[in-house]
Design a protein around this ligand. Structure first.
Ligand SMILES: Cc1ncc(COP(=O)(O)O)c(C=O)c1O
Length: 442
């Protein structure tokens, strides 16, 4: 046993926190101890309005009874079943439920435990698919600048985040990137999708010409880039990507880790844009943030291509100990039931106009240089402090927490994505509090 004698109760040093300014946090910790519906409770007993659905995952609001009960009952009935060569009913039930709400044609589900693992799974399926079809020369993966696809090596390779590219070595080879779609200038303060810029998709044609289509396995994009500051695709852009990939036999992967499960007012962003990918990557909202779980949906064409050879042989050498874990599956089923019962997969569409007006009312406040929105996603971009990028937005984040709202910042961009149960009065509270904070920022 480890020697615990030197560990003081509540010592904060052992936990090296993820994506956190650890030294700053540990000097002035921000702790949540409880959550219900739209609110967190802090360790000093204050209520904080959740403007970010946790981390874009608690779409039905917090600690929902049906989900809590399903998790408790499943843990008591059967905690775990081996994921390989064995099954349990709820993993199959959940896969069926997912397929029933997914865009038509995405008929098969592979489970993971996170968005990052879903991305890796999707990329591996794409590479192996071409291989089993006898087109193993298709080894290239195409991502996009400013893309975020989680933290694992495949995801950071196809992603376009500069710090990852700087910190973690050579990454995957055979990867190229399209330009991102964020072209400020004439487009600031656009409501929803902007009219111009769809032609940026033709950059993919240039890349295909450069590498030759016969070497390219897949293109991966977030329909709406979230983590690099909410970048809404220009009108027609995603359809063009679909047309080009289809023309060249390249698979199109949508990373719907944040856009899935009602975030843009439709079950998935693929529905909103009317563009169906070959592979769809999900996680987060799948279990309403309760139990780690992701799911990758693929077409029958992809699935069926693997179902060949002797039947006793494993068709795809991939999976996780916790793929389709019983407790996660129970949480997923109860989550989808909650979404259905309360109409949450489309509620964002009803609130989108109100949300958009509220957000754009911040135009003209100090430091605000752009506002972007789609469905129940919103971003307010601030002018960085000269020589101290990120500081202004971070100070807004800390003030927001102190004044009872949870927002999220990435660079100098404030991003918001509240639970889909938010009321109009709560939208007013969220945006009103943010407005007063923006007026006080240095
Ligand atoms: C588009 C996208 N893909 C992948 C991920 C990674 O998900 P996770 O943190 O669950 O690994 C995220 C997380 O924010 C994301 O936004």
């Amino acid at each position: 046993m480890s020697d615990r004698r030197n560990v003081t109760p509540n010592d904060l040093s052992a936990f090296w926190m993820p994506f956190t300014a650890n030294r700053q946090f540990k000097k002035a910790p921000r702790m949540f101890v409880a959550a219900k519906d739209m609110h967190y409770t802090t360790s000093d007993g204050r209520k904080v309005l959740d403007g970010t659905a946790g981390l874009w995952c608690v779409n039905a609001g917090h600690s929902r009874p049906r989900i809590v009960q399903a998790i408790a009952e499943q843990a008591a009935e059967m905690d775990y079943a081996p994921a390989f060569q064995m099954g349990h009913p709820k993993a199959f039930e959940l896969a069926n439920a997912l397929v029933s709400i997914a865009p038509q044609g995405l008929n098969h589900v592979l489970y993971t435990n996170s968005g990052s693992e879903s991305v890796e799974t999707a990329l591996k399926v794409a590479l192996a698919y071409h291989r089993v079809k006898g087109e193993g020369a298709r080894f290239r993966l195409i991502g996009r600048e400013r893309g975020y696809h989680g933290v694992n090596f495949g995801g950071i390779s196809v992603g376009g985040i500069v710090t990852n590219r700087k910190m973690f070595g050579t990454l995957l080879t055979g990867v190229d990137h399209m330009p991102h779609t964020h072209t400020p200038g004439a487009n600031q303060f656009t409501r929803g999708e902007r009219e111009t810029g769809g032609d940026l998709a033709t950059e993919l044609e240039r890349i295909v010409t450069l590498h030759d289509a016969s070497t390219i396995a897949a293109v991966i994009v977030e329909p709406v880039a979230g983590s690099t500051g909410v970048l809404i695709p220009p009108k027609g852009y995603l359809q063009k990507l679909r047309d080009i990939t289809r023309k060249h036999g390249i698979l199109l992967i949508f990373d719907e880790v944040i856009t899935g499960f009602g975030r843009v007012g439709t079950p998935f962003a693929a529905d909103y844009f009317g563009v169906t990918p070959d592979i769809m990557v999900t996680a987060k909202g799948l279990t309403n943030g309760t139990i780690p779980m992701g799911a990758v949906l693929v077409t029958s064409e992809i699935h069926d291509a693997f179902m060949q050879g002797p039947e006793h042989v494993i068709e795809f050498m991939h999976g996780y100990t916790y793929s389709g874990n019983p407790v996660a599956s129970a949480a997923g089923l109860a989550t989808l039931e909650t979404y259905k019962e309360e109409g949450l997969l489309t509620r964002g569409a009803e609130l989108a106009g109100y949300w958009e007006d509220a957000l754009h009312s911040l135009k003209g406040l100090p430091h605000v240089i752009d506002i972007r929105n789609l469905g129940l996603i919103g971003a307010v971009e601030l002018e960085p402090i000269a020589g101290s990028p990120t500081k202004r937005a971070f100070s807004a984040f800390v003030k927001a927490f102190e004044q009872g709202i949870l927002i999220r910042t990435t660079g100098d961009i404030i991003a918001m994505s509240p639970p889909l149960i938010i009321s109009k009065a709560q939208i007013d509270e969220l945006i009103g509090t943010l407005a007063s904070i923006l007026k006080t920022l240095e």
